[in-house]
Design a protein around this ligand. Structure first.
Ligand SMILES: [Zn+2]
Length: 472
């Protein structure tokens, strides 16, 4: 039996303000119903402002990256889609006609790309509604029914997310920034829509369950009805919500408060230029141009800014391309991932990364100290506070200053190192006699003691050699 799957993906755009007003979009970090105004709260007389330019620029980039054909110089109407639910204060959702059509990603056709505004958030059980999210800009991407399995859907969504993240067009600081409706049928049977799935892994699970359910019904001779279902992530099953609504049910009408928008050839060209090199192509280029491994190149292109920093520093500071790649994807990425940060919102700049790597690669600080400097830079009180509130703060301190403050610059003073070794030997005579008795490992105990005394500023190999000479 052939399975047919198409997806409608709603993604929150990375903008500071909402789509038709100037309220901020950081809804998750703000007190409920604090980021609202008469426009996004749907109050009488609250007329929408001009569409947010930042949102427009992101959507044109997304359409270009999906190779969709622009609706060039055509009037794109914003429509009202009517339905009643407490999260929708005006009684309609504003959604635009397609801005581009007929694209392709990962072999899957893209039917269209358009704007939407997000509704608020309604908690059914508590009867609580928060309009902070109401009016937040979304892009909706509608695929052709080209997927044949949950694996196809997972692969497509993974690629889409990679591209959206790389170009920084998606809001990743809030929860539920990506929601997916999946249309799924068995060839020759009615289509079922699973609404509002909130993560990729849930899409996979929902589709897997729904395929089994539909096939079992067909095998038992039960007709599949066209309907809308909900995926319950706790039980892993889909349940019937309602009979499928049609476009007529929503009574679409052009919004009389908003003049149709058209996008010029120049706007489209700027968008196409901004996404001219896709992350996969850039990874391949980095690997061949700098001779680094494809795996390293793949990690470096996780964000455009990260890849930009890599290339700029290799060129300007003449870093060893492979060694620097190792450091960026290893120790640097590790500290970022641990804090769930992207490079672009960490506060670190290419300059910081370059200065720190230079100190490390020229032996001014040990690898351990380089880690501590990163931690010192990323975990200041101001930065931790900013991260909690969803704000961005650029770091003011340089790696060298932090190294100085923490006393991490490697001591070039061999006298001090020698003194620390002598003291360690004197205080740990048992380890010394163990070493002399043939227990080679005892020397590492002494090295550890000296590292403690010098707070990681001395090189382990140098310490080991000095002690060996002393007690050898
Ligand atoms: Zn507002």
């Amino acid at each position: 039996m052939k399975t047919i799957i198409g997806l409608e993906i709603h993604v929150q755009l990375n903008t500071k303000a909402k789509l038709f007003c100037e309220c901020p979009t950081n809804y998750g970090h703000a007190e409920a119903n604090s980021n609202i105004c008469p426009i996004c709260a749907g109050q009488p007389g609250g007329k929408p402002m001009q569409m947010n330019g930042e949102a427009i620029s992101h959507v044109l980039k997304i359409a270009s990256m999906l190779k969709a054909k622009p609706e060039l110089d055509k009037d794109v109407f914003v429509q009202r889609k009517h339905y009643f639910y407490p999260d929708l204060p005006s009684g309609y959702q504003r959604t635009s006609k397609p801005v581009a059509k007929d694209g392709k990603l990962n072999g899957i056709g893209i039917w269209e790309v358009h704007f939407e505004e997000d509704p608020g958030r309604y908690e059914l059980k508590k009867g609580f509604v928060d309009y902070n999210r109401s009016g937040v800009p979304l892009v909706e991407i509608v695929t052709a029914p080209d997927m044949r399995s949950p694996e196809d859907a997972r692969e497509f969504l993974g690629k889409l997310e990679q591209y959206l993240r790389y170009f920084n067009v998606i809001n990743e600081t809030e929860v539920g920034t990506m929601r997916i409706d999946a249309n799924i049928s068995q060839e020759g049977s009615a289509r079922v829509e699973i609404k509002n799935i909130n993560s990729f892994s849930n899409v996979y699970d929902a589709l897997s369950f729904e395929i089994k359910r539909q096939r079992t019904q067909i095998e038992q001779g039960v007709k599949i009805v066209q309907e809308t279902r909900h995926f319950d992530e706790n039980s892993g099953i889909t349940v019937r919500l309602r009979k499928k609504e049609t476009a007529d049910d929503y009574r679409y009408v052009p919004d009389p408060d908003i003049s149709p928008i058209s996008f010029s050839a120049a706007q489209w060209k700027a968008a196409a230029d901004a996404v001219a090199e896709l992350p996969d192509a850039r990874a391949a280029r980095l690997a061949s141009q700098y001779g680094i491994t494809p795996a390293d190149a793949g990690v470096i292109v996780i964000e455009k800014e990260f890849a930009d920093a890599y290339e700029r520093l290799v060129k300007e500071r003449k870093f060893d391309a492979q060694k620097f790649a190792n450091w960026m994807r290893g120790p640097l990425r590790k500290q970022l991932n641990y804090r769930n940060l992207l490079f672009r919102n960490s506060g670190l700049t290419a300059k910081h990364a370059g200065e720190l790597y230079e100190m490390f690669s020229t032996g001014q600080v040990t690898d351990k100290a380089a880690d501590q400097i990163l931690i010192g830079m990323l975990d200041t009180d101001i930065l931790i506070k900013a991260r909690e509130s969803g704000a961005y703060v650029e770091l003011r301190d340089t790696p060298r200053n932090v190294a100085n403050d923490l006393g991490l610059l490697k001591s070039s003073d061999s006298g001090a190192l020698k003194a620390a070794c002598e003291q360690a030997v004197k205080e740990n005579q048992k380890a010394v006699s163990d070493y002399k008795a043939g227990n080679a490992k005892s020397i590492f105990f002494l090295v550890g003691k000296v590292m403690q005394k010098t707070k990681g500023t001395a090189d382990a190999r140098e310490i080991e050699e000095t002690i060996r000479e002393m007690i050898g």
